[in-house]
Design a binder for this molecule. Structure first.
Ligand code: ADE
Length: 246
């Protein structure tokens, strides 16, 4: 898949994405990232990309024309149609369901704002979707874009090795948090690994993990349980967890 990043600091996103799983996805040809800078499409000696807001107030607003020309260049670089996604705190919250949807697209364009934002007319004319990575304000959309790139890249077929399988992630299929994980040593001054995990009883291990996932979700994010489709067996496991962890 192809992701184009329109930003005053495109290298910020492409550099973050050069490491780990995302870097490997690029090396494996599963993901192509392309950065585009609106400053390269700005006019005049100063290559101005922003101006003061009408109505007054602090900060600067990104100009329509450099962004528009930049988006046009990004679109034209590949024949496949591309949605434009603007990262902003006013967007819909990014969820794993959204990540899965984006991961299935052949390409999309991430638009990063800086300063106070982008002229609303550009947003109205060019943006297909607005996404937020949480209810807090970043100084620009670049970190949010890097989050989207990472989450989408690791779902590309072949990006993860078997051992890193995405199937068991938090939110993977059923919207529950992940269970806890342990490795060697079994005995440590910080505690002992739960016995069931060393039992070799695969059904018992699966049941324990499911119960922990249900219990953690109940303890930490109970609202997620409203959306999760729990079986009768799940409800029993959760009731038992609640009884043990009042
Ligand atoms: N830009 C600034 N803050 C943001 C946020 N919370 N999510 C996405 N983009 C942003």
């Amino acid at each position: 898949m192809r992701i184009d990043i329109v930003s005053l600091f495109p290298e910020f996103v492409t550099q973050v994405a050069g490491h780990g799983v995302v870097g490997r996805a690029q090396e494996r040809g599963l993901l192509a990232l392309h950065g585009w800078n609106p400053r390269d499409h700005a006019e005049g000696n100063y290559r101005r990309v922003d101006d003061r807001p009408f109505g007054g107030g602090p900060g600067m607003v990104m100009l329509i024309d450099p962004l528009r020309a930049c988006l046009a260049a990004a679109r034209a670089a590949d024949p496949a149609p591309a949605k434009v996604i603007y990262l902003s705190p006013q967007g819909m919250p990014l969820t794993q369901a959204k990540v899965r949807e984006l991961a299935g697209e052949p390409r999309f364009i991430l638009l990063c704002g800086r300063y106070e934002g982008i002229d609303e007319r550009l947003v109205a004319a060019e943006v297909d979707e607005e996404l937020s990575i949480g209810d807090y304000v970043l100084s620009g959309g670049e970190l949010a874009a890097a989050v989207v790139v990472d989450a989408v890249a690791r779902l590309q077929e072949g990006a993860l090795n078997d051992a890193e399988s995405a199937a068991q992630d938090s939110f993977a299929a059923d919207g529950l948090l992940d269970c806890p994980h342990y490795t060697r040593p079994v005995e440590h001054e910080l505690g002992t690994v739960p016995e069931v995990l060393m039992s070799g009883n695969h059904a018992g291990i699966a049941r324990w993990r499911r119960q922990q996932a249900l219990g953690r979700t109940w303890q930490r994010r109970p609202e997620l349980l409203d959306e999760a489709a729990l079986s009768a067996a799940d409800r029993k496991l959760l009731e038992a967890f609640k009884a043990e962890n009042p």
